[in-house]
Design a protein around this ligand. Sequence first.
Ligand SMILES: Cc1ncc(COP(=O)(O)O)c(C=O)c1O
Length: 449
Amino acid sequence: MPDRPAFPVAPPPMSRNEELLSRSLLSVWHPCTQMKQHERLPPVPIARAEGIWLYDFDGKRYLDAVSSWWVNLFGHANRDINAALVDQLGSLEHAMLAGFTHEPVVRLSERLGQLTGLGHCFYGSDGASATEIALKMSFHFWRNSGRPGKTSFVSLAGGYHGETLGALSVTDVALFRDVYAPLLRNSTQVASPDWRGAGPGETAEAVALRAARALEAHLAEHHAHTAALILEPLVQCAVGMAMHHPAYLREARALCDRFGVHLIVDEIAIGFGRSGTFLACEQAGIQPDFLCLSKGITGGYLPLSVVLTRDQIYRAFYHEDLARGFLHSHSYTGNALACRAALAVLDIFERDDVIARNREKSAMISRRCAQLARHARVRNFRNTGMIWAFEVSDAKRDFAQSFHRGALDRGLLLRPIGNTVYFMPPYIVTEEHANLLVEGTTALLDTLD
Ligand SMILES: Cc1ncc(COP(=O)(O)O)c(C=O)c1O
C-alpha cells in the first residue's frame, strides 16, 4: 500500500486558462482540426479581444495577423460596430425574412446594390451558403430559360469555395475534398492563373493568358451543359494565397459571355478591400453574373453572406409559378443584427476613406517586409492589397504547426497553409504592429532547421 498523506491534499487550483481549456476539450469539436493533435498543441483560451490583440485570461496577448480567419476588418471590439449593434438590439434582433422585411436588410441591400451595380441581394449565413446559393441560382436560371441541361460547373485548380457538399464539389483543395469525394458532384477544374506557375521569362500576365486559353478550350467543348464558372478573383486564398494577374478575370468574363456561361465571382475572402480595391473585380473592370460576399461584410462580428446578381437573372425567376421562384432559405437569412453590423462597416469605409488609407498601409508594410522577402528561406514573396505571402524553402513536414506554435510563443497569431506563411491583418494595423510581425517572423525563420 502506498503511504497515504495524513490529510487529503487538494490539487493545485487551476488557472482560468487551464480550466477553460480542459472544459473545452471535453465539450467542443474544433473546425478544420484533428482533435488528437490538441494533445500536443492545445487550443488557446481567449478571454477578450481589443483592436488587433486577442488576450488570454493571464493577459498574454496575440497579434491577430490573420484577422481571425480573414473576417476582421477594423479590429476587435470596434467602437462603431459595437454602438451600432447596441442600438439595433433596442429595436429588432431578428425577424424571419420570408414574408417580412426590415430596415437594416433594405438599407444594406440598397447600399450593396449601389456599390456593385448589381440588383437584388439574396442572403445566406456563411460563405459556403453563398456558394450554394450562387450555384443553385445559376442552374435554376438556365432551367427557367429553357436550358435544363446546363447542370455542370467549372472552377479553378486550387480553388476554394467552402465545405458544404455543393461548395466542396467546386473546391479543389485535396485535404478538404478527398475524403468526401464519393459524396460530391462531378465538376471540372481548369488551370489556375497562379503566377508561381510561370515558365522562365514568363510574366504574370502571360501565365494568366495561358490559363485563359485552357478555359477557352474547356468551354468550347462543354459550354452546352455548363451553367457557370466559379472563381476567386486575384487571390486564391485557401490553397496558399495563390495570386494572379487581373487579365485572367477580363478573359474569363469575355469567354463566359462568348459561350453563354455564368461567371460566379467568389469575393468571400477577398472582398471588402482585401484586394486593394473594395472589390477585386474592379481591378479588371468586370461585372460578374453572381457576386458572393461574406467574411468581412460584418467586420468579423456576425455570420452573414450575400449573393448579388444581375436584374436580368432576377427577372427570370419572377413568375406566378412557385417552382420558378428561387427555392432556398436559411432561418437566419437577413438577420437584422448582422445587417446592422454590415451597415456600420460600410459607414466606416466611407467615413475613413479606408481604401485610400489601406493603399498607404500596404506600401508601408511592403517596405517593412523588404528584408524579410530576401531571407534565405523565403521564396515567391508576394503581395496583393492587404495580403502578403511567401513559401518557406526546405520546410519540414510539421512546418505549419510548429511555426504556428512558435509564433504564439512570440505573441503572434500566424497560421501557415502548408509551407506558405501569410499576413492578412485587420486594417487597423499600424507600423508598430507591422514591425512586431516582421521581426517575429524573421526570428522564427532564423531558428528553423
Ligand atoms: C474564397 C472563399 N469562399 C468561400 C469560403 C467559405 O466561407 P465559410 O467558411 O464562411 O463557409 C471561404 C472561406 O475561407 C473562402 O475563402
